[in-house]
Write a protein of this length. Structure first.
Length: 374
């Protein structure tokens, strides 16, 4: 294969991936991103504090202050970090940070990790994390005005007075603890969603991965790598914003529990993520086993599944998957015929378009799918 032909081939693959992602994005955006806040009253304790920078740096090293794993990539340039350090040295105000106090008493950074890491790096004397060889760049202030003569100085180059001033400078922190409802920490999701207004905004599943940390994050990624699942979605690789994992999480939540579904879908998914953080219940083990079996059956026996109008219909997908995941006696030879009858059924079609995350609509389509495929 020549270089030009290979490049054309790669461009074709990339276009297919982008198209497939756009179809998933549109449907899950309609159901999720514009979903309302749940009809629940949060009881929160919100406490301001002013920890010294030296204390924050130490808490970070000791693991008492946690940077959610998906955020750990440090993106600030040394000039940005230098201006932050200078702001503390000359007494300029710095925006507050937000912490969530979890059940273990740890402080999870909701907003402000770039600022906190920048200060910690400067106090350590090195900028950023080690490279592949374990080497680190010495952190010397850069890009500042010459009026205070801080340019080119590391922390150890500052005079003792400035060192003490920096270590003892405080950063206003807002500490949030959720008292009720006490069965999840849904408030953190909504707080983060409102604070998440930077240049590259995170999507709902990316936020869930941070808020509801646990074994479930890696387990969902492993299930998502199933080649038959990727084929069904029309993906050549995982979705860049984890919409495929969000759809997979929906199946986890609906499996043997769809009768208890209540909208909004966003909160249902949050609750599913929270309750299954360890991903080790008996139902989860059954789901994992059945998921691999069902994706293979669908991929190998139904041509272009869940695409009645040429593009994937996620409402149709969740109904068929739940019906098959809960069916222990699938007759593969009859599956395609039953599936074709289902997707041309007028009542089923009516429940796979429009407000598909509505409680009654979702339950109706799964009930119909189980009738045809059970």
């Amino acid at each position: 294969m020549t270089e030009d032909i290979y490049e054309d081939y790669q461009n074709s693959i990339n276009k297919e991936q982008v198209f497939a992602e756009e179809q998933i994005d549109k449907q899950l955006f309609d159901e999720n991103d514009v979903d309302e806040v749940p009809d629940v009253q949060f009881d929160l304790v919100v406490t301001p504090s002013d920890p010294p920078l030296e204390v924050l740096s130490r808490q970070l090293k000791d693991g008492d202050l946690i940077v959610p794993f998906y955020q750990r990539k440090y993106v600030w340039k040394i000039e940005q970090a230098s201006r932050l350090v200078e702001s503390f040295l000359i007494g300029l105000p710095v925006p507050q940070v937000f912490f969530y106090v979890n059940d273990e008493g740890e402080l999870e950074i909701i907003d402000g990790q770039q600022r906190i890491l920048s200060i910690s790096y400067f106090l350590e004397g090195y900028f950023g994390e080690p490279d592949a060889n374990g080497n680190r760049k010495v952190f010397k202030l850069k890009g500042l005005s010459d009026t205070k003569n801080y340019n080119g100085k590391a922390f150890t180059d500052l005079d003792k007075k400035d060192q003490r001033k920096l270590k003892n400078s405080t950063l206003r922190a807002i500490n949030i603890r959720q008292l009720s409802p006490n069965n999840n920490n849904d408030c953190v999701f909504h707080i983060f969603q409102r604070l998440n207004t930077g240049g590259t905004q995170l999507k709902p599943q990316e936020i869930r991965n941070a808020v509801y940390r646990g074994k479930i994050v890696q387990e969902l990624q492993t299930l998502n790598s199933n080649k038959h699942w990727m084929n069904i979605l029309g993906f050549k690789q995982a979705h860049k914003n984890q919409r495929d994992i969000e759809l997979l999480l929906r199946l986890v939540g609906l499996f043997r529990n769809w009768n208890n579904y209540e909208r909004p879908m966003l909160s249902f998914l949050n609750d599913t993520m929270y309750k299954n953080r360890e991903f080790n219940s008996e139902d989860i083990e059954i789901f994992k086993e059945n998921f691999h079996k069902i994706t293979k059956i669908i991929d190998e026996n139904i041509e272009k599944p869940f695409r009645p109008k040429g593009v994937i219909n996620t409402a149709m997908l969740d109904a068929v998957f739940i019906a098959l995941l809960e069916n222990n006696e699938i007759n593969v030879s009859e599956l395609n015929d039953k599936y074709q009858k289902l997707i041309t059924n007028a009542e089923f079609i009516a429940n796979t378009f429009g407000p598909t995350a509505d409680t009654a609509v979702l339950k109706n389509r799964i009930t119909i799918a189980k009738t045809f495929l059970g």
